[in-house]
Design a protein around this ligand. Sequence first.
Ligand code: GLC
Ligand code: GLC
Length: 650
Amino acid sequence: MYEQASHAMLNEILIQLKPEIGNFRLRHFYTRLGANFYSIHSLFRLLYGERADFKEQMVSLVETLALRYMERSPSLRKSDLARERDYDWFMSQKWVGMALYCDRFAGNLQGLKAKLPYLQDLGINMLHVMPMLDCPPDHADGGYAVRDFCKIDPRYGTVEDVEELAATLKKREMLLVLDVVVNHTSNEHEWAQKARAGEKKFQDYYFTFDDREIPDAFEQALPEIFPSTAPGNFTWDEAMGKWVMTVFNQYQWDLNYRNPAVLIEMMDIILFWANKGADILRLDAVAFLWKKIGGTCQNEREAHLLLQLMKDCCQVTAPGVLFIAEAIVAPGEIAKYFGEDAINAKECEIAYNATLMSLLWDAVATKNAKLLNLGIRNLPLKLERATWLNYVRCHDDIGLGFDDSDARLAGYDPVQHRRFLLDFFTGKFPDSPARGLPFGDNPRTGDARISGSLASLVGLEAAMASGDEAAIDAAINTILLLHCTLLSFGGIPLLYYGDAIGTLNNLEYLADPYQRDDNRWMNRSYFDWTKAEKRHVKGSVEQRIFSGLKKMIALRKETPAFADFDNRQLFAVDNPNLLLFSRSNPHNSRNIVLVACNFNNAPQSFSVSALKQFGLFRQDSMMDLCTGLLLTAENEMVVLPALSCCWLSD
Ligand code: GLC
Ligand code: GLC
C-alpha cells in the first residue's frame, strides 16, 4: 500500500543514511524496503511514535537493515531470491527436523559435522542446534542465558565453525535452525554489566526499579515460570541498588522493548545470525516480549506488533530466512503468532504445536483419543504460508496446555484430569509404567509440568528393568505411534536427538550443582554412540525404533499428501480410542491418505461406511503404506492393532 506520510519519511531517511550505504549496490534492498516500509513505519510508530527521538530511531533501524544487507554474502542473497520465487518451499513434506545439543550429541561443532551421516541415514534434513552462545558456565539455563550474542562458547567452537556447518548443510540440502534469545540476557551480558555500573542508558535496556512499588503492582497478576527455583519475577541487584525484572531465572534479565534501542539491537543480532547462514531462527519465549502491569505479561498485543516488525525487517534484509515462534501458550493464543492478518501482519512462519504435543501425551495416559480429537478439531486455523512444528518431546518440560473446555467436553474435570496426568507420568498412578518427575510444582496454584525422556515416559525404562517383553513392545509401539502421527499430521516434524534410539532418563545432572535443581536435564543426555550402534543389531530396542522411524520418514517424504496446505480432514469415529484423519494431495485431490491411529492397548475397530462417501475404502480395503499389507473391511468394520498407526492408501 502506498501511503504519503510513510513515503515522505522513507525519502527523508534515504537521504540521511551514511554515505557508504548510499554508494553501495542495493537494488534488491531498496525494492524490499519500499515494499515493506509502509508496514515497518506504521508498526514502529504504533510502538514508539510518542517519543521525541522517533525519527532518529527510525533512521537507526533502517541503517541497521542496510548495513546487514551489505554484509550478506552473494550465495545467501541468491538463496533469498530463490526462496522469494518458491515462497511455499517450507510447506513441503520433504522436511524432517531434529533438535540436538552440539556438545551432548557430538562434542563440538566440528564433531557435529562428522556426525551428519547418522542424521542423514535417519532422514533428518533440518537441524536445530540448541543455543551455543557464550553464557556464564554456572548460570546458563542450557544456553538461554546469553552473555554475548555474537560469540560461540569456545568449548563448542567459533562463529566460523557455524558458518562452515551452515555451508556443509547447504551442500547436503539440509537446513540450519539457530536460536535467538530475544526476551532476556544473562546478568553478565555487557548491557547488564553497564547497567550495574550505573549507566542509565543501559538500565533502560531492562526493567529496573528503585523500590518495590511497581514490582509489587506487576506481581499481583504475574504467574511464576520457575516457582520452585526462581520464585517471583523481580530480583534485587546489589551492585545496581535496584530491582530488575527476571521472569525466568534470577540471572536472566528481561529486555525492555518499550525502548526502541533494544528492538534495534535485537534486529541487528537476528540479522547477524541470518548472515552466518541460518535458514530458520527460533525466537525464544516470544509470548513474553511485552510487559504490562495488571496482566500476565504474555501474549500482549504489542508482543505481536514487535514480531510483525521483526518479520518485516527480516524480509527487507534476509527474506529467505524464516522464524519459528516458541510460544508455549494456550491453544487459542498460539496460532496468533503466525499473524492474524495475511497481508499486513505476518509474524512467524512456523510455531511450536504445543497443543498437539500435550494432547498426544493425554492420549498416551488415557489410552484413548477423546481429548485428542476435540483438541484437534478446535485447533485454530492458520494463515496460508504458515506451518506447525510438530513434536512430542523437546529439551523442556511438558506442560498440559490443552483447553479446559475441551477437557470438560471430553467428560473430565480439568483440574482433576491434569492431576491424573501428572500422577500418571510421574509413576504415582497405580500400574503406570511412566518414570517422569514433576517440574515447576507450584503448591500455591496446584500447577505442575512434567520432565522425563520420551522412552521413560512411555514405559520403556520400567519395561526393560522388569524384562517384560510385552511391555517393551508396547513402549516401542507407542514411540512409533506418536511419531507416525507427527509425521503425517501436517507441518514439520521435529524429533528430539535421543528418541530414535530409545534414550532413557539420565540422572547425571544430579551430580552437577548448577543443574540438579532443574530436572529438565534428565532429558538432555549425552548421546550414547555405543547404544546408537545397536541400531544395526536386528531385534534390539534401538534397531526397532530407529528402523521404524527411518522407514516412516522416507515414506513421508514421498507422500505429497503430507505437505501442509490445510489439506487435513478429521473424521468423527464412534470408537473413542481412535484418531482418524485424511490428508489429500494438494495437486491431485483423488490421491488421499487415511491416517488411522489406535491409542488403546487392545485392538480396536471402526466402521468404514461413513468413510466411503469421501472416496475411502470404496473397494473395502486399503493398503498400509508402512507395511505394504492390505487392511480389509469385514462387515464394514476394520480392525487396527493395539497402539498402532497406519497410513492407508488405495
Ligand atoms: C525457553 C527455552 C527454555 C528456557 C526458557 C527461558 O522456553 O526453551 O529452555 O528455560 O526459554 O529462556
Ligand atoms: C516457558 C516457556 C516454555 C518452557 C518453560 C520453561 O513457559 O515458554 O517453553 O517450557 O518456560 O521450562
